[in-house]
Design a protein. Structure first.
Length: 190
Protein backbone atom coordinates (compact mmCIF):
# COMPACT_ATOMS: atom_id res chain seq x y z
CA UNK A 1 0.00 0.00 0.00
CA UNK A 2 1.29 3.48 -0.88
CA UNK A 3 1.98 6.02 1.81
CA UNK A 4 -1.01 8.36 2.16
CA UNK A 5 -0.52 11.84 0.77
CA UNK A 6 -0.52 14.60 3.36
CA UNK A 7 -1.11 18.25 2.55
CA UNK A 8 -0.39 20.96 5.10
CA UNK A 9 -1.08 24.67 5.05
CA UNK A 10 1.05 26.82 7.36
CA UNK A 11 -0.95 27.32 10.57
CA UNK A 12 -3.82 25.41 8.97
CA UNK A 13 -5.20 21.90 9.11
CA UNK A 14 -3.16 18.97 7.85
CA UNK A 15 -5.15 16.93 5.29
CA UNK A 16 -4.40 13.25 4.73
CA UNK A 17 -6.10 10.06 3.68
CA UNK A 18 -8.32 8.45 6.29
CA UNK A 19 -7.19 5.23 7.97
CA UNK A 20 -9.09 2.56 9.89
CA UNK A 21 -7.82 4.12 13.10
CA UNK A 22 -9.74 7.31 12.22
CA UNK A 23 -13.15 5.66 11.85
CA UNK A 24 -14.40 6.21 15.41
CA UNK A 25 -13.41 9.89 15.41
CA UNK A 26 -14.89 10.43 11.94
CA UNK A 27 -18.15 8.82 13.09
CA UNK A 28 -18.24 11.10 16.12
CA UNK A 29 -17.67 14.17 13.91
CA UNK A 30 -20.26 13.01 11.41
CA UNK A 31 -22.99 12.31 13.99
CA UNK A 32 -22.30 15.53 15.93
CA UNK A 33 -22.21 17.39 12.62
CA UNK A 34 -25.62 16.03 11.61
CA UNK A 35 -27.12 16.86 15.00
CA UNK A 36 -25.74 20.39 14.89
CA UNK A 37 -26.16 21.37 11.22
CA UNK A 38 -29.50 19.69 10.59
CA UNK A 39 -31.33 20.56 13.83
CA UNK A 40 -34.71 21.88 12.77
CA UNK A 41 -34.17 20.75 9.17
CA UNK A 42 -34.50 16.99 9.70
CA UNK A 43 -36.89 15.33 12.19
CA UNK A 44 -35.33 15.27 15.65
CA UNK A 45 -36.24 11.58 16.02
CA UNK A 46 -33.98 10.79 13.06
CA UNK A 47 -31.10 12.83 14.52
CA UNK A 48 -31.57 11.25 17.97
CA UNK A 49 -31.42 7.79 16.39
CA UNK A 50 -27.94 8.31 14.90
CA UNK A 51 -25.35 6.09 16.55
CA UNK A 52 -21.62 6.86 16.64
CA UNK A 53 -20.86 3.15 17.17
CA UNK A 54 -22.93 2.02 14.17
CA UNK A 55 -21.55 4.81 11.99
CA UNK A 56 -17.98 3.87 12.92
CA UNK A 57 -18.68 0.25 11.93
CA UNK A 58 -20.07 1.39 8.57
CA UNK A 59 -16.97 3.58 7.99
CA UNK A 60 -14.65 0.63 8.79
CA UNK A 61 -16.61 -1.74 6.54
CA UNK A 62 -16.61 0.70 3.62
CA UNK A 63 -12.94 1.58 4.04
CA UNK A 64 -11.86 -2.09 4.23
CA UNK A 65 -14.08 -3.20 1.34
CA UNK A 66 -13.50 -0.24 -0.93
CA UNK A 67 -12.04 -0.56 -4.40
CA UNK A 68 -10.19 2.77 -4.24
CA UNK A 69 -12.76 4.71 -6.25
CA UNK A 70 -14.03 6.48 -3.12
CA UNK A 71 -11.54 8.79 -1.42
CA UNK A 72 -11.86 9.53 2.30
CA UNK A 73 -9.83 12.43 3.67
CA UNK A 74 -9.40 13.74 7.20
CA UNK A 75 -8.13 17.09 8.39
CA UNK A 76 -6.10 17.25 11.57
CA UNK A 77 -5.83 20.31 13.71
CA UNK A 78 -3.52 20.35 16.73
CA UNK A 79 -2.87 16.61 16.31
CA UNK A 80 -6.53 15.57 16.36
CA UNK A 81 -8.90 14.70 13.52
CA UNK A 82 -11.15 17.74 13.12
CA UNK A 83 -13.02 16.98 9.91
CA UNK A 84 -13.75 14.45 7.18
CA UNK A 85 -14.53 14.61 3.47
CA UNK A 86 -15.41 11.93 0.99
CA UNK A 87 -15.62 11.99 -2.82
CA UNK A 88 -15.96 9.46 -5.62
CA UNK A 89 -17.89 8.51 -8.74
CA UNK A 90 -21.11 10.40 -9.23
CA UNK A 91 -24.07 8.21 -8.28
CA UNK A 92 -26.62 9.64 -10.73
CA UNK A 93 -26.84 7.88 -14.10
CA UNK A 94 -27.80 11.03 -16.03
CA UNK A 95 -24.41 12.73 -15.72
CA UNK A 96 -21.23 12.35 -17.76
CA UNK A 97 -18.68 9.70 -16.72
CA UNK A 98 -16.07 12.44 -16.13
CA UNK A 99 -18.12 13.83 -13.25
CA UNK A 100 -17.20 13.24 -9.64
CA UNK A 101 -19.35 13.70 -6.55
CA UNK A 102 -18.42 15.22 -3.23
CA UNK A 103 -20.41 12.93 -0.93
CA UNK A 104 -19.73 14.72 2.34
CA UNK A 105 -17.74 17.24 4.31
CA UNK A 106 -18.19 17.30 8.07
CA UNK A 107 -16.27 19.39 10.59
CA UNK A 108 -16.46 18.99 14.34
CA UNK A 109 -19.07 21.59 15.41
CA UNK A 110 -16.63 23.20 17.88
CA UNK A 111 -14.18 23.87 15.02
CA UNK A 112 -16.48 25.46 12.43
CA UNK A 113 -15.05 28.58 10.83
CA UNK A 114 -11.42 27.63 11.46
CA UNK A 115 -10.46 26.53 7.93
CA UNK A 116 -10.99 22.79 8.37
CA UNK A 117 -13.81 22.54 5.82
CA UNK A 118 -11.96 24.80 3.41
CA UNK A 119 -8.83 22.63 3.59
CA UNK A 120 -10.84 19.46 2.97
CA UNK A 121 -12.74 20.96 0.04
CA UNK A 122 -9.56 22.40 -1.47
CA UNK A 123 -7.83 19.01 -1.31
CA UNK A 124 -10.83 17.14 -2.74
CA UNK A 125 -11.04 19.61 -5.62
CA UNK A 126 -7.27 19.40 -6.19
CA UNK A 127 -7.29 15.59 -6.31
CA UNK A 128 -10.31 15.42 -8.59
CA UNK A 129 -8.85 18.02 -10.95
CA UNK A 130 -5.52 16.17 -11.04
CA UNK A 131 -7.40 12.95 -11.85
CA UNK A 132 -8.89 14.66 -14.91
CA UNK A 133 -12.47 15.03 -13.73
CA UNK A 134 -14.30 17.78 -15.54
CA UNK A 135 -16.96 18.61 -13.00
CA UNK A 136 -17.71 18.09 -9.30
CA UNK A 137 -21.28 17.76 -8.08
CA UNK A 138 -22.72 17.64 -4.59
CA UNK A 139 -26.08 17.57 -2.85
CA UNK A 140 -26.94 19.90 0.03
CA UNK A 141 -30.10 20.33 2.08
CA UNK A 142 -32.08 23.16 0.51
CA UNK A 143 -32.56 24.92 3.85
CA UNK A 144 -28.92 24.53 4.97
CA UNK A 145 -27.96 28.12 4.19
CA UNK A 146 -24.59 27.95 5.95
CA UNK A 147 -23.43 25.02 3.80
CA UNK A 148 -24.86 26.58 0.65
CA UNK A 149 -22.89 29.79 1.27
CA UNK A 150 -19.74 27.73 1.94
CA UNK A 151 -20.03 25.94 -1.42
CA UNK A 152 -20.99 29.10 -3.31
CA UNK A 153 -17.86 30.87 -2.00
CA UNK A 154 -15.87 27.97 -3.49
CA UNK A 155 -17.39 28.44 -6.94
CA UNK A 156 -20.20 25.87 -6.78
CA UNK A 157 -23.59 26.86 -8.19
CA UNK A 158 -27.02 25.19 -7.98
CA UNK A 159 -27.85 23.57 -11.33
CA UNK A 160 -31.62 23.37 -10.84
CA UNK A 161 -31.80 19.70 -9.84
CA UNK A 162 -33.71 19.01 -6.65
CA UNK A 163 -34.78 15.80 -4.96
CA UNK A 164 -35.99 14.80 -1.52
CA UNK A 165 -33.96 13.01 1.11
CA UNK A 166 -36.25 10.93 3.32
CA UNK A 167 -35.74 11.03 7.08
CA UNK A 168 -38.26 9.25 9.32
CA UNK A 169 -40.87 9.45 6.60
CA UNK A 170 -40.39 13.18 6.02
CA UNK A 171 -39.18 14.41 2.63
CA UNK A 172 -36.35 16.91 3.14
CA UNK A 173 -35.46 18.70 -0.10
CA UNK A 174 -31.89 18.68 -1.36
CA UNK A 175 -30.47 20.76 -4.19
CA UNK A 176 -27.58 19.81 -6.44
CA UNK A 177 -24.57 22.07 -6.86
CA UNK A 178 -21.92 21.80 -9.55
CA UNK A 179 -18.54 23.30 -10.33
CA UNK A 180 -16.23 22.98 -13.31
CA UNK A 181 -12.84 21.54 -12.37
CA UNK A 182 -11.02 22.07 -15.64
CA UNK A 183 -10.78 24.93 -18.08
CA UNK A 184 -9.81 27.74 -15.73
CA UNK A 185 -12.77 27.59 -13.36
CA UNK A 186 -12.91 29.59 -10.13
CA UNK A 187 -10.32 29.16 -7.42
CA UNK A 188 -11.27 26.23 -5.14
CA UNK A 189 -10.74 28.29 -1.97
CA UNK A 190 -14.02 29.06 -0.19
Amino acid sequence: MNEPTTVSVPDGPRVREMTLADCARVAEIRVRGWRSAYKGLIPQTYLDGLSVTEDAERRRHRLEGGDGSVVNLVAERDGSVAGWACHGPHRDGEVRPGDVELYAIYVHPDLLGRGVGQALLRESVRRCTAAGHERMLLWVLKENTRARRFYERAGFRPDGAEEPFEADGVAVPEVRYTRALTGGGPDPRP
